[in-house]
Design a binder for this molecule. Structure first.
Ligand code: ZN
Length: 369
């Protein structure tokens, strides 16, 4: 009786096709050239799948070895169960296997905690600065897709493409952002702004110089400078590399946990990426810094940022119904932020958008809703 199996040596991820034969008292493994490469005593075989699966065995032969053998041939599985009755019993000495896991997890939690309290934000900023443009750009694209997918669920027409288009509107928004780039005199990447159709008023700055704003936010903005103020704030996050720092922090912590908990699928990391996308972890100091940058930029461009204040107030009030995903629900202390912007001297005589551009921006999502 023989079957094909997949052998793993426990050191590399490489999979080796083996021929299996039951020659009591052993299970014998042969490579493709028919050389005997292993003899696993039948009494020592254990199925490591937890829970056990009807159509697959994931065999080990001792506690000390990480070698594995995957068997899927149903007839061979039945034969093995007969000659190796302890196959699906827990290995002796395996009790308490979780202790090192708990210890490791605790150690990681303590390290991350110390790190987070004392060094992670600084470290994250350093790493964020080192990530090459191409990589940042790719990360930004991935994160943006997650944001758009999540927000698209909140459009009236779920089938329609949520990205809003309109050359006049798009040019006006990108033109303003380009003015920010010039005025900031910062070493900043090209900035891409995507407007999407969504019932949730929101704005995000994402890694790789990306910004996303929603149609509901545009609807709520009563004046060009109100929208410009939000864009300037998000631009402030980009100047200070907040999105990339947040990404590094979240994904770094998730990677630690993922390793500690043996989360092979990487679900923890994906969740962390989504978390960075929602911007839910921006600290108050990040918000204050972005507000300060916004006020300075708008002043420099002779555009009064004050019209953003009623918009911020409305967004602050909308929090309960905006739901968990709203960036603004996590933008802390809206009232004190409004107060701080009021106290900063805001000046300016120009409108951020011409009448024609503003009209185009106001209707750019109407076609896609
Ligand atoms: Zn913000």
């Amino acid at each position: 009786m023989q079957a094909i199996g997949r052998y793993f040596d426990g050191k590399t991820a490489q999979e080796i096709r083996v021929v299996l034969r039951i020659i009591e008292p052993d299970l014998c493994l042969y490579d493709e050239a028919k050389n005997l490469i292993g003899r696993w005593p039948l009494v020592d075989l254990r199925d490591e799948n937890a829970p056990h699966r009807p159509n697959e065995l994931n065999l080990s032969h001792s506690l000390e070895s990480d070698e594995r053998l995957v068997v899927t041939d149903p007839v061979f599985i039945e034969s093995l169960k007969i000659v190796s009755p302890t196959l699906r019993k827990r290995r002796k000495g395996a009790a308490g296997w979780w202790k090192p896991v708990i210890a490791w997890t605790a150690a990681v939690v303590i390290c991350v905690g110390l790190f987070f309290g004392y060094g992670l934000p600084v470290l994250a900023y350093g790493i964020a600065s080192l990530v090459p443009y191409d990589t940042r750009s790719k990360i930004g694209e991935g994160v943006e897709n997650i944001v758009i997918q999540r927000l698209a669920k909140k459009t009236k027409n779920k089938e329609a493409d949520p990205v809003c288009e309109g050359a006049v509107a798009q040019n006006a928004i990108e033109g303003l952002v380009q003015e920010f780039v010039t005025a900031a005199e910062a070493d900043i990447l090209p900035v891409k702004v995507t407007v999407i159709s969504s019932k949730v008023p929101n704005a995000f700055a994402l890694p790789g110089g990306r910004m996303v704003i929603t149609s509901a936010l545009i609807d709520m903005a009563e004046e060009p400078n109100a929208l410009a103020g939000v864009l300037a704030h998000e631009f402030g996050h980009l100047v200070d590399k907040h999105p990339m720092s947040l990404f590094v922090t979240n994904v770094g912590i998730a990677a630690f946990f993922s390793m500690a908990l043996g989360d092979v699928s990487g679900g923890t990391v994906i969740a962390a990426i989504a978390q960075s996308a929602s911007g839910a972890a921006y600290s108050r100091s990040y918000e204050d810094d972005a507000d300060e940058t916004a006020v300075n930029l708008m002043n420099r461009l002779d555009m009064d940022i004050a019209p953003v204040l009623p918009l911020l107030k409305k967004l602050g009030e909308k929090v309960p119904e905006a739901g968990l995903f709203s960036v603004f629900s996590s933008h802390p202390d809206m009232d004190s932020r409004i107060q701080a912007i009021k106290e900063a001297k805001t000046t300016g005589t120009l409108n951020a958008f011409s009448e024609r551009a503003w009209a185009a921006i106001k209707i750019m999502c109407k076609g896609s809703v």
